[in-house]
Design a protein around this ligand. Structure first.
Ligand SMILES: [Zn+2]
Ligand SMILES: [Zn+2]
Ligand SMILES: [Zn+2]
Length: 259
């Protein structure tokens, strides 16, 4: 159960709606609080149009602001160029360090272990946006945030995962949770059509991200639910329906039918 939602008894106390849920749903402030522009710090009078992101940042329509290519937040202050991806906010633009991703990796491992999904050993590389764009230009129009590989031959590290380092921690978790289920499929000899291979990885990423108690998690989850891609969106939602109705066992059984 999602701790974010389960920790709030909305029916008993609607006023306790946490700000991250309120911001995500773009529910305005209650009472007579005025809205202040995050760029010019002027108050925005009632009735005037403004931009409100899913994090509660309001900005006047007159400012030319960008949305972060990773978390979707309106970029206020310092922005980071992420080559081939766009511009990122201060939170997402700094490259994640190995110690930071290690903590996330452990959380994902625990999460999958509790679901009895066991991930084989692998080598993890954090790579810059420019490096990802160059390496993957032959496979994708837009460089991926992560990629999982099975090397042929008997090298020590048979499986490896590349992760683009300029991401927020929530986004890194979502990306890594996706890539690890590719390794699970390689290791189990699951050879599913691309839509189910990607859809299954996205289902795992969705379930893991739903366990992350941050407003940004909601943004990633809703983006996944809206994805129009036939692999990452449509097939993912088909597997999610299967999961919602019959549970994870049915999804795993379906994936194992592709061995
Ligand atoms: Zn303003
Ligand atoms: Zn961001
Ligand atoms: Zn994938």
């Amino acid at each position: 159960m999602n701790t974010l939602l389960s920790s709030v008894n909305l029916a008993a106390n609607p006023a306790a709606l946490p700000s991250n849920i309120r911001n995500f749903l773009r529910i305005g402030r209650t009472g007579n609080d005025s809205t202040t522009c995050a760029v010019c710090h002027q108050s925005i009078p009632p009735g005037k149009q403004y931009i409100l992101d899913a994090y509660g940042n309001a900005t006047c329509m007159s400012h030319e602001v960008r949305s972060c290519c990773i978390c979707g937040r309106t970029i206020i202050g310092q922005s980071f160029e992420v080559p081939a991806y766009g511009y990122a906010c201060g939170e997402c633009g700094k490259a994640v360090e190995y110690e930071e991703i290690e903590a996330i990796r452990c959380k994902i491992n625990d999460f999958y272990s509790r679901l009895r999904i066991f991930i084989p050993g692998y080598r993890l590389s954090l790579r810059s946006a420019a490096d990802m764009a160059q390496t993957y230009s032959q496979y994708f129009d837009r460089p991926p945030l992560g990629a999982a590989w099975k090397d042929d031959g008997s090298t020590e590290h048979r499986y490896r995962v590349d992760i683009m380092s300029q991401q927020s921690k929530v986004s890194i978790g979502n990306t890594l949770a996706h890539e690890l289920l590719h390794l699970w499929q390689y290791h189990r000899g699951v050879n599913a059509p691309k839509e189910y291979a990607e859809g299954f990885c996205n289902l795992g990423a969705f379930l893991y991200t739903a366990s992350v108690d941050k407003g940004e998690a909601l943004v990633h989850l809703s983006r996944m639910m809206e994805n129009r891609d036939k692999h990452y969106g449509v097939a993912f939602r088909q597997l999610k329906v299967l999961y919602d109705v019959y549970g994870l066992g049915a999804v795993i059984a379906a994936m194992k039918s592709f061995t």
